[in-house]
Design a binder for this molecule. Structure first.
Ligand code: COA
Length: 163
């Protein structure tokens, strides 16, 4: 795809027709089928919880670009990013930054205190990405993933001062 200005980026709420497009992005990234199915099941559940969950999708000039899914927990007023992916052909253009900002804006509307996210320690690209968005590394979870891979949690507290 030719370089397209981010002004042509649209971010909207997930609809059922996006399901197959998310599946394709995750396949393009190289995810195994079982992980894609797990992610799609979570998205199905999120789509049914309008109070505490959001899935936002990004399209760049009519090309489906990626998504973010987030769940807000009322008990501690923190939210967790469950999924974030941008198609490899469209990475490096600021699309994930915009998706995460939209997810954080949702958390602010819930008067949430912050956002956290887990990723494999080996996912250096995502780790750099979260640092760039102002997240701080919080803790490492030994063998968090089923192949004995450690996980690392990034956390960002949000500014809740009145505008
Ligand atoms: C991580 C991911 C979502 C980033 O998407 P993206 O749209 O390319 O990210 P952005 O363009 O908004 O990146 C913003 C900044 O993050 C940093 N960053 C993003 N990807 C990076 C990478 N692979 N390596 C190093 N830094 C990276 C850069 O500082 C970048 O700013 P710059 O382009 O001005 O240098 C994307 O690479 C992806 O889908 N990866 C596979 C799935 C995944 O790992 N998801 C996260 C799981 S929790």
């Amino acid at each position: 795809m030719k370089m397209t200005a981010l002004s042509e980026l649209s971010i909207t709420q997930y609809r059922t027709e996006h399901r197959v497009l998310i599946s394709q992005v995750l396949a393009n990234i190289g995810w195994e089928r079982r992980y894609i199915d797990g992610q799609l099941q979570a998205i199905d559940a999120f789509a049914g919880d309008a109070e505490n969950c959001r899935v936002f999708v990004a399209s760049l000039s009519d090309h489906f670009a990626g998504y973010v899914s987030i769940q807000f927990y009322a008990w501690n007023r923190l939210a967790q990013i469950h999924g974030l992916a941008v198609d490899p052909s469209l990475q490096g253009r600021g699309i994930a930054s915009r998706l995460v900002k939209r997810a954080e804006d949702f958390v602010v509307t819930k008067r949430g205190r912050g956002v956290y996210v887990d990723t494999p320690v080996t996912n250096t690209g995502a780790r750099e990405f979260y640092l760039k968005q102002g997240y701080k590394q919080d803790y490492v979870m030994t063998a968090y993933y089923d192949n004995d891979l450690d996980g690392v949690t990034y956390l960002k507290f949000l500014d809740l001062s009145p505008m």
